[in-house]
Design a protein around this ligand. Structure first.
Ligand SMILES: NC(=O)c1ccc[n+]([C@@H]2O[C@H](COP(=O)([O-])OP(=O)(O)OC[C@H]3O[C@@H](n4cnc5c(N)ncnc54)[C@H](O)[C@@H]3O)[C@@H](O)[C@H]2O)c1
Length: 339
């Protein structure tokens, strides 16, 4: 079995390392020559994963055709806003064999179109039900690259377009420390894990104010509630928000010292630099920032109130002080919890 992976960052390398224990060959495609050289010559990716050794059957290349040729499946692990561009390159090269599935591990929405990433992939490659086209899935959930690379027990959700044998791919991808569940609510899985980074930013901002566990608890719970409300308006099922891609990923991201979204929120509150200047300093993508824009636009389009998202958005893009954002959240009109 050969896996083609788009991306050479932290998640691409950690997931590739996992697959390389089971599959014969894993080929990562990237755009950074220096990073590819380092992966191939040192068997590590120090900029993203420290000294964790990568297996010898994992290689990286700048040549997209070499990556795609003969692949049994394609895994997309680049930042959300780059997914359309890289898929256009995949389509132009036309080297991915039929009927290899395309499985997206990137989290988020495309901000310009407000589409889920699986929809972006289908826009570019064509509908999976058309003859010769590729089935599309997402593989999402609480999965910090740093911990998967160190083989800590992890579980994720595989959710794909109808008609493909996803139970087969569930078994091909799962491993002794990497458990894979299926869930046919693809919209719910993508919305829950795409937008939980916004709540992680909120928790980080609160942590920066010096608030405690009560505040973390309320932001996570009410944050999940508003994401579920938005998800249902977009056709998702509520139960998915209480699964791995929802509450699972939310807890992991909001409490973890690995979470760059939580850490970014905290740095914004500390006020060392503006959000734009902080983003400029980041080596790794902070997906919650573009997602705050996308979720708010979707909420407005569908008439769904998103109080936590609104405050995160205003801190990031309108210069609202985090202390004022917290006060405004607390002073909202009192209401019933289950409304
Ligand atoms: N890191 C994690 O723990 C983790 C876990 C689950 C999901 N994810 C998701 O995976 C995606 C990638 O995250 P990451 O942590 O690996 O990011 P990263 O910043 O570590 O790496 C991003 C990679 O994408 C490449 N890239 C950026 N722009 C590109 C473009 N226009 N064309 C081609 N390649 C491009 C970069 O060269 C780099 O190799 C994100 O959507 C993230 O939310 C990350």
């Amino acid at each position: 079995m050969k896996a083609a992976i788009l991306g050479t960052g932290s998640w691409a390398c950690a997931f590739g390392k996992h697959l390389a224990h089971k599959w014969d060959r894993v080929v990562l495609w990237g755009i950074e020559p220096e990073q590819i050289h380092v992966i191939n010559t040192t068997g590590t990716n120090p900029a993203y994963l420290g000294e964790v050794p990568l297996p010898p059957n994992l290689r990286a290349t700048l040549d997209l055709e070499e990556c795609l040729s003969g692949a049994d499946a394609l895994f997309v692990i680049v930042p959300s806003q780059a997914v359309r561009t890289v898929m256009e390159q995949v389509a132009a090269v036309a080297a991915l064999p039929d009927p290899a599935p395309v499985i997206c591990l990137a989290k988020g929405f495309e901000v310009d179109t407000l589409k889920r990433l699986s929809e972006v992939i289908q826009d570019v490659l064509g509908p999976p039900e058309a003859p010769g086209n590729h089935p599309v899935a997402v593989l999402l959930g609480p999965s910090h690259a740093e911990e998967v690379a160190r083989e800590f027990p992890t579980a994720v959700v595989l959710s794909g377009t109808p008609g493909a044998d996803w139970a087969h791919w569930q078994h091909e991808i799962a491993g002794p420390f990497f458990r894979v569940y299926t869930n046919d609510d693809m919209a719910g899985v993508e919305i829950a894990s795409g937008f939980k980074n916004i709540i992680a930013l909120a928790v980080g901002m609160a942590d920066g104010l010096g608030t405690g566990d009560n505040t973390r608890g309320v932001l996570m719970t009410r944050g999940l509630k508003e994401l579920a409300r938005l998800g249902v308006a977009l056709g998702a099922r509520t139960e998915t928000f209480f699964g791995l891609a929802g509450v699972g990923d939310m807890i992991t991201t909001c409490i973890s010292h690995h979470s760059r979204n939580r850490n970014f929120g905290e740095a914004v509150t500390r006020g060392d630099l503006s959000p734009e200047a902080l983003l400029g300093e980041q080596v790794q993508v902070v997906e919650g920032v573009p997602m705050a824009k996308a979720a708010l636009k979707l909420g407005m389009k569908h008439g769904i109130e998103l109080p936590v998202t609104r405050q995160v958005h205003d801190v990031l893009f309108s210069g609202k002080p985090p202390r004022q954002a917290m006060r405004e959240l607390m002073e909202r009109q009192l209401r019933d919890e289950l409304e």
